[in-house]
Design a protein around this ligand. Sequence first.
Ligand code: GTP
Ligand code: MG
Length: 214
Amino acid sequence: MIQNGPTQSINHYTLELKDVKYVGSFPTLAKCPKPEKPEFAFIGRSNVGKSSLINMLSNNRKLAHVSKKPGKTEAINFFEVSGRWYLIDLPGYGYAVRSKGMLKSFKKMIYDYLEKRRSLVCTFVLIDVNVPPQKRDIEFLDWLGEHGVPFVIVYTKIDKLSKTQLSQNVQAIQEILAEHWNELPQQFYTSSEEKAGRDELLNFILEITDTLVK
Ligand code: GTP
Ligand code: MG
């Protein structure tokens, strides 16, 4: 269900995703389900809060596996919504504790999926606002741009900062991004702990799925 109207009124509504089901975890692009339904993928450094965000959006704390230790998500995880589209939980990029061989196959899994998946509609790149701008995030965004992968930015864990700190940190990140991009993509501010940014993200997704799937 889409709520129309100005963004200021979004918080008056609570959107719900109906019937969210875990479909499976797939170790390579070739093993993923057929690309027949729109997909929205969540990506970012390990521990940034990808799995937590999927749980927050679906109102189910037990759907995707969350851990304090980085490197929890290890495959391409599919969650089907209303039988019509998918939320995709990806492993974090750049988790250095993995062996070199594992890092290589993880990288291939993630980059293959992002570059070649025909049903990928939008990639949500998660950035933790609590840490200074990271080279790896910037390089990753550059790669998405070079490969024409559509993405938006999602700032995570905003609950850990005061308003002033938040705007200072976001400004620092945006300044670096502006050195690489003429125009910044859409940006969302979220906290899975406090369910902040939920309606904004869901509105964004549901507007697209409503256009794509009848
Ligand atoms: P990998 O699967 O290892 O790549 O990590 P991930 O990006 O899926 O992160 P995950 O959702 O597992 O969360 C990592 C840690 O951050 C957990 O301890 C979460 O409880 C915590 N966390 C996630 N989102 C938030 C948030 O919005 N606020 C706070 N304070 N902590 C959060
Ligand atoms: Mg995860």
